[in-house]
Design a protein around this ligand. Structure first.
Ligand SMILES: [Zn+2]
Length: 140
């Protein structure tokens, strides 16, 4: 299904991870190097590696192309393994994503779009400028 107007590069994630930092025990902070995992890289690994989804399916969940999903996955895995093997801390932050409740639809023109996390609830439709918009709840 073609979804008009949705910026393709924003990844939909189910939830932000509950934690934002891992560190190896016994390494003083000033000696510690870290890798930064983005929210969407974690989500890609969660869907594919933890839940066992095919990449195709995981890409659909995140509303991105399979190529984008594969790239997030590859980066996420590489950084995770790097941290484990080289004893680095893992910071979880940033990325380009929205949670499912960041998807909005205009009741006037049916334009559908994602408001990136942290920008607050939009007040108008970016397409027709009408104020009659609502949050869209996505299924599965
Ligand atoms: Zn509209």
């Amino acid at each position: 299904m073609h979804r008009k107007g949705r910026p393709k590069c924003i990844r939909i994630v189910k939830d932000k991870p509950g934690i934002d930092y891992f560190k190896p025990r016994g390494t003083p902070l000033n000696k510690l190097k870290s890798v930064i995992l983005s929210i969407e890289e974690i989500e890609a690994m969660r869907l594919v590696d933890l839940e066992g989804l095919e990449q195709e399916k995981a890409a659909k969940e995140m509303k991105v192309s399979r190529r984008t999903l594969a790239r997030d996955l590859k980066r996420g895995r590489k950084k995770t393994v790097e941290a484990l093997v080289e004893g680095k801390a893992i910071e979880i932050r940033g990325g380009f994503f929205a949670t499912e409740d960041g998807v909005f639809i205009c009741r006037e023109c049916s334009h559908e779009w994602v408001a990136p996390s942290g920008e607050g609830k939009p007040t108008r439709c970016p397409e027709c400028d009408v104020k009659d918009i609502r949050r869209m709840i996505q299924n599965g």
